[in-house]
Design a protein around this ligand. Structure first.
Ligand SMILES: Cc1cc2nc3c(=O)[nH]c(=O)nc-3n(C[C@H](O)[C@H](O)[C@H](O)COP(=O)(O)O)c2cc1C
Length: 441
């Protein structure tokens, strides 16, 4: 059996002019589209719906926001946090993960917000902890430029310690709720934490009582040395990129060693590997859709979008519009999403030039599965078995679109087959997100 998560690349207009986009140009700002996606994902039996977030309009590419705003690339973007309770109200079981940045949120604000959301969602909230990578984000939050990679992770480690202490600042039994005595809460069980670190200081205690999970589910998406350590110490789930079952197995083996070193068990961490699906009525139709998607990578607009994304992932350090497309791939990767960049460049086997890297078949897509639902179900199951058998996939769409249709192909097409064959859960048996995540029955 394996786990499934759905990756939403931001609360933004994603497919705003594609064939099946509906009226997403206008609709994306409200909740109706996202509610439909969340309901579908729950119908499919997914563990989680994950929402990416960043707080800026990037201008690394050509030193301008023009391309970002012309094509709606990672912008505009609403804040996903207020969407979470709306999705929670429209669903009953699926875990809801919103991204939160350790540069943008003070630990007290984050811990209090997450606890509030945990109450509102009846224990179904998760936080994806990111360090933010871009100078533009840093500048929106009072810094001149983003901290370097190691400093960001040192800050994130301290942030996690502070929020964890805040979530434990109400001891078990602190909430008395005795009307006769009367006593709402026992003040001897609600204690300051007096946290003083290099980056953050917070006295505590939290001024709201623990939610159903006490500590929301924590996910972490960096796979650098520091990212892995952060996940090993604190995360319930890791969101990761691998191209092959061997790479999946290597990451799992490495994380098992780190988890044990942190006094945790391998089963305490679930790894979700980014994957892209190409589905069809038949294997042949699916292959045609896949090949068409590869062909589109050579369109001038797709090339510009790929160069824009490389510049974006570099964290504001490298403008890929300045390089010759047919010269050797530049070695400078920037201070941004370092492991994502390495995956892109190293994953493009045999590609030498910038053009070859960005037009490589299967590039930028984690692990790919192509075929009818029955074929893809077997491919997914084999990949999990080959990689060690305890993780799952983070689906980020079919072809290049996020539409009601593309989601339904997975949740109502593929998932029905996965369920029939016993590869994914038949139903949600537990109450909270974390309990369901840890349930393999
Ligand atoms: C699946 C996935 C989701 C991510 N989501 C976000 C996000 O929402 N916001 C963000 O700023 N960075 C996001 N990132 C970037 C990571 O947080 C991290 O910065 C990046 O993977 C580089 O990590 P590393 O420096 O440890 O290699 C995501 C990365 C991956 C692989």
């Amino acid at each position: 059996m394996f786990k499934l998560g759905w990756f939403v690349d931001g609360y933004r207009p994603q497919t705003w002019r594609g064939t099946w986009a509906g009226d997403n140009r206008h609709e994306w700002t409200g909740s109706s589209f996202w509610v439909d996606i969340a309901r579908a994902v729950e119908r499919g039996g997914f563990d989680l719906l994950f929402m990416e977030d960043t707080s800026m309009i990037d201008d690394t590419y050509r030193g301008s926001t023009e391309t970002a705003l012309q094509y709606a690339l990672e912008a505009p973007k609403n804040d996903p946090m207020p969407l979470m309770p709306l999705l929670a109200q429209a669903t009953q079981h699926v875990g809801l993960v919103s991204t939160i940045s350790t540069v943008q949120y003070h630990p007290f604000l984050a811990a209090r917000l997450a606890t509030t959301l945990d109450h509102l969602s009846n224990g179904r909230i998760g936080l994806n902890i990111v360090t933010s990578v871009s100078h533009r984000v840093a500048q929106n939050f009072g810094l001149d430029e983003m901290y370097d990679h190691d400093q960001r992770y040192a800050m994130a480690e301290e942030w996690m310690e502070a929020v964890s202490m805040l979530w434990d600042s109400w001891q078990p039994g602190a909430l008395v709720l005795d009307r006769r005595e009367p006593r709402f809460a026992d003040h001897t069980k609600v204690k300051p934490i007096e946290f003083v670190g290099k980056y953050f200081k917070t006295r505590g205690p939290l001024n709201n009582p623990p939610g159903p999970q006490r500590r929301p589910v924590i996910t972490q998406a960096g796979t650098s040395e520091a990212g892995r350590e952060l996940a090993a110490a604190h995360a319930d789930a890791m969101l990761s990129i691998a191209k092959t079952p061997d790479q999946m197995r290597d990451l799992r083996a490495d994380m098992n060693r780190r988890l044990i070193a942190h006094g945790r068990r391998p089963e305490d961490l679930h790894i979700f590997f980014m994957s892209k699906l190409f589905l069809g009525w038949s294997d042949r139709e699916a292959q045609e859709r896949h090949d068409e998607s590869d062909r589109k990578k050579h369109d001038p607009q797709s090339i510009e979008s790929a160069l824009w994304h490389l510049s974006y992932f570099s964290g504001g350090n490298v403008d890929y519009s300045t390089y010759d497309l047919d010269a050797p791939m530049p070695t400078e990767l920037g201070n941004g999403q370092v492991s994502t960049m390495k995956h892109l460049v190293e994953g493009a086997a045999g590609a030498k030039t910038l053009r070859e890297v960005i037009t490589q078949p299967g590039q930028m897509q984690g692990i790919e599965f192509v075929g009818s639902p029955g074929t893809v179900a077997e491919q997914m199951n084999e990949a999990i078995a080959e990689s060690g058998g305890q993780d799952g996939f983070l689906i980020y769409g079919t072809e290049d679109e996020l539409t009601r249709k593309s989601v339904a192909e997975v949740t109502d097409g593929l998932c029905a087959v996965l369920r029939d064959r016993g590869y994914i859960r038949g139903s949600y048996r537990k109450a909270t997100f974390r309990e369901n995540l840890n349930d393999w029955s």
